[in-house]
Design a protein around this ligand. Structure first.
Ligand SMILES: C[S@@+](CC[C@H](N)C(=O)[O-])C[C@H]1O[C@@H](n2cnc3c(N)ncnc32)[C@H](O)[C@@H]1O
Ligand code: SF4
Length: 413
């Protein structure tokens, strides 16, 4: 396999060629605009019962304490107990309707995502986790994952997460530079960092960091400075997402004078970051992610929600906008929070969800995507479309891992 000591001009050329347009962040096909809505409830139940004996569960908790102006996630800014209780009630409903369907399977990965799941009180988080653990059988290899921010995680929360077996922690940082944080409405992040880093040390937390390249006010120097500082924290992985702007934010951005980097500047930032991390002995781990030498061999599987040791064929997603996906189907819950609650109360969530039965072609492409992501393999026909620095004899090279999203975008649809 191609080594990583490639000269920088080649790497720069590859960045300009493959990252100058934004690539999709989907890890499945087809995209939602092409779904047929042809899956009925008994198909869904049959597909679940036919799938193998483990499953992964994603729980979407959309709450955030503030709205970050770049954010493309499905969120609701609320710290109100009443909203949180209503969500919990709906999640309990979804957990219960899947109980019988999943009774012969074991839960392998639990992903708590959002939004910011740690905005739920510790009591609510405990009760949610107890409900999951008492409703489903846990695999002996069970792993619990959560994503959060440094300013929404305190000592009692960390204790509860540890006690309740949620040990993989993904922390959104985006950038450390205060002028960038001000532009994205994360003004208080810096204040919370020292406290968070003390807790990380005290509890020996293994953390995964997420950053965004392309934000207003970012410069090459300031971003590399942020990266260097983060490397010094001793983290497991660093993911650098290229900024993607949701269509419905354009008006807000122009009102706020939110001016993102242009595509050349963004690609340059990603290139410099890659260069800097590779020099520091980080290795590409697919989809804009780099792992430190501490985590060799640990993150073997990649899903939409990040890394884990292993992954199931079946993902059940609960909560507003959550996606469920199996080999033969895909389904997305209603994404508007209030409507989602209403549909759960009316016992009508399935009918009003977006859904699709995978065609033979979809299954074929998803298998290709999966073998590229999980095993670095790509078929010879697709291989021929790529520079030999990225794909060699059907194997995605270490550099190819840096461009994985672009490689997946080139698969025939
Ligand atoms: C689901 S969000 C939740 C994480 C957490 N609430 C936080 O604030 O970091 C997960 C990550 O998606 C990335 N993200 C969100 N919006 C994005 C966008 N518009 N473009 C690129 N990445 C984005 C950010 O890095 C963020 O940390
Ligand atoms: S980046 Fe995180 S905290 Fe900010 S709005 Fe998005 S999900 Fe919420």
């Amino acid at each position: 396999m191609k080594d990583l000591d490639i000269n920088n001009d080649t790497l720069k050329h590859l960045f300009q060629k493959f990252r100058s347009s934004s690539s999709s962040r989907y890890l499945f096909q087809p995209s939602i605009s092409k779904w047929n809505n042809d899956l009925n409830e008994s198909d869904y139940e049959n597909h679940i019962s036919e799938s193998s004996d483990t499953f992964d569960l994603y729980i979407h908790i959309p709450f955030c304490s503030n709205f970050c102006t770049f954010c493309g996630c499905n969120i609701k800014t609320s710290t109100q107990e009443k909203d949180h209780k209503n969500l919990l009630e709906a999640l309990f409903y979804e957990i219960s309707i899947h109980k019988k369907l999943l009774k012969n399977k074991k839960l392998l990965n639990l992903y708590l995502g959002g939004g910011t799941p740690s905005l739920l009180s510790t009591d609510m988080m405990k009760s949610l986790l107890n409900e999951v653990y008492s409703s489903y059988n846990l695999s002996a290899n069970f792993e619990g994952h959560i994503e959060t921010t440094p300013y929404n995680l305190n000592e009692s929360y960390i204790t509860i997460l540890k006690e309740m077996n949620i040990i993989n922690i993904k922390i959104g940082i985006q950038d450390l530079n205060q002028s960038v944080l001000n532009r994205i409405n994360r003004t208080k992040q810096s204040e919370s960092l020292n406290k968070f880093l003390e807790l990380k040390k005290k509890y020996n937390l293994k953390i995964q960091i997420e950053l965004v390249a392309g934000l207003p006010n970012q410069t090459e120097n300031s971003f590399i400075k942020s990266l260097d500082e983060i490397v010094s924290w001793d983290v497991e992985t660093i993911t650098i997402y290229p900024l993607a702007i949701k269509d419905n934010l354009s008006k807000l951005h122009s009102d706020l004078g939110f001016i993102p980097l242009n595509s050349d500047e963004k690609v340059n930032l990603m290139f410099k970051s890659a260069q800097s991390l590779l020099k520091k002995n980080f290795k590409p781990l697919g989809f804009d992610c780099y792992r430190s030498s501490n985590s060799i061999g640990k993150y073997k599987a990649r899903s939409t929600f990040g890394f884990s040791t292993s992954k199931s064929d079946l993902l059940i997603g609960i909560g507003p906008s959550a996606i469920s996906i199996g080999k033969k189907f895909i389904k997305r819950n209603e994404n508007i929070y209030e409507k989602y609650l209403y549909l759960c109360r009316q016992n009508n969530l399935f009918n009003q969800s977006f859904k699709h039965k995978m065609t033979e072609k979809n299954i074929l492409i998803n298998n290709k995507i999966d073998s590229a992501i999980q095993r670095n393999e790509i078929d010879i026909e697709t291989s021929s479309k790529f520079d030999s620095n990225l794909v060699e004899n059907g194997q995605i090279t270490n550099y190819g891992r840096l461009f994985l999203s672009s490689i997946l975008d080139k698969l025939p649809r």
